[in-house]
Design a protein around this ligand. Structure first.
Ligand code: HEM
Length: 253
C-alpha cells in the first residue's frame, strides 16, 4: 500500500447487495437537476486517475480533486438528511450502510467509508458503462453487418478493455510461472493483454462478435474480472448497454 493512502472497507459483496439496492441508491443520490453536475464531477474524478498528483490549478489532477471534494460535500448532506429523517426512507444500499451505525466498532462504517463506497458505486457505475456504449457505437458503425447481433456487447468489451487491468496485493511470497512474487507486491491482472493474445483469441485486432458463438475458455475473457471480486454491476452494465443498443439499432442506422 502506498504511503499516505488509507485503505477503506469496501463492502460490496454480491450476495449482500442486490441490483435493486444499487439502482435505488444511485437514483436517490443523483435525483433531479443534480445529475448533470454530479456526472461532470464523476468524470473529472475518473479522468484524474493516472495523472501526476500535484495540486496545480488547471491540471486534470487538480480538477479531479476539487470535483471529489464537491461530491463528498453532497454525500455528507445526503447522509445527514437520511439520518435525521429529512430525506424519504429508501431501502437501498446507502441505507444498508447506515444501518451498521449500531454495529460493533470493527464492523460499522465511518462516514468517510460510507462516502467512499458511494463514490465507488458512482464511478464504477457511470464512466465504465458510458465508455463501453461509446465503443459499441464506434464498432457498430465500422461493422454495419453485425448490427443485428447482441454479441457485439461481448466483443466490444473484449476489444475496448474499459478496465484495462485490476490490481491485487500478494498476501504471501509465492511463485507463479517461475516468477517470484514477494508478499505485499501489487500484481496487476492485465485484461488487455489477455484479450489481445492471439493464442487465446484468433485474429484479436478484428472486431468479430461471432467468436462468441462458442464459449470462451475460462480466464481468457474477463472484462468484468473473475472470482469473488467480480464486478458487482455486471448485470446492470449489460442491461444498460442492451437497452441502449436496442434503441439505437432499431431507431437509427
Ligand atoms: C461496462 C461496464 C463495466 C465494466 C467493464 C466493469 C468492470 C469491472 C472490473 C474489471 C472490476 C474489477 C474486478 C476485480 O478487481 O477483480 C469491477 C469491479 C466493480 N464494479 Fe464494475 N464494471 C462495469 C460496470 C459497473 C457498474 C454499472 C457498477 C455498479 C453500478 C459497477 C460496480 C463495480 C464494483 C462495486 C466493483 C468492485 C467489486 C468488488 O471489489 O467487490 N461496475 N468492474
Amino acid at each position: 500500500m502506498q504511503k499516505g493512502f488509507k485503505r477503506y472497507k469496501l463492502i460490496f459483496v454480491p450476495t449482500q447487495i442486490g441490483f435493486d439496492a444499487i439502482c435505488d441508491t444511485l437514483m436517490s443520490i443523483t435525483d433531479g437537476n443534480m445529475l448533470d453536475e454530479m456526472e461532470r464531477d464523476c468524470k473529472a474524478v475518473y479522468d484524474a486517475t493516472l495523472t501526476f498528483p500535484v495540486m496545480i490549478p488547471g491540471t486534470r489532477y487538480y480538477k479531479g480533486m476539487k470535483a471529489r471534494q464537491r461530491l463528498m460535500e453532497r454525500f455528507k448532506k445526503i447522509i445527514a438528511d437520511r439520518r435525521s429523517g429529512k430525506a424519504c426512507f429508501s431501502d437501498d444500499f446507502l441505507q444498508s450502510m447506515l444501518e451498521r451505525d449500531s454495529y460493533p466498532a470493527d464492523e460499522k462504517l465511518e462516514d468517510e467509508e460510507i462516502m467512499d463506497n458511494l463514490l465507488t458505486t458512482m464511478l464504477s457505475g457511470q464512466s465504465t458503462t458510458a465508455t463501453a456504449m461509446m465503443w459499441s457505437v464506434k464498432f457498430l458503425s465500422d461493422n454495419q453487418h453485425v448490427q443485428d447481433k447482441l454479441r457485439v456487447i461481448k466483443e466490444t468489451l473484449r476489444m475496448s478493455n474499459i478496465v484495462m487491468w485490476y490490481p491485487r496485493i500478494a498476501s504471501d511470497d509465492c511463485t507463479i510461472d517461475g516468477y517470484e512474487i514477494k508478499k505485499g507486491w501489487i500484481v496487476d491482472v492485465d485484461a488487455t493483454y489477455i484479450h489481445y493474445d492471439p493464442a487465446l483469441h484468433k485474429d484479436p485486432l478484428r472486431f468479430d462478435p461471432s467468436r462468441f458463438d462458442e464459449m470462451p475458455k475460462p480466464y481468457t475473457y474477463m472484462p468484468f474480472g473473475s472470482g469473488p471480486r467480480t464486478c458487482l454491476g455486471i448485470n446492470m452494465a449489460k442491461v444498460t448497454m442492451s437497452v441502449f443498443l436496442h434503441r439505437l439499432t432499431t431507431g437509427y442506422t
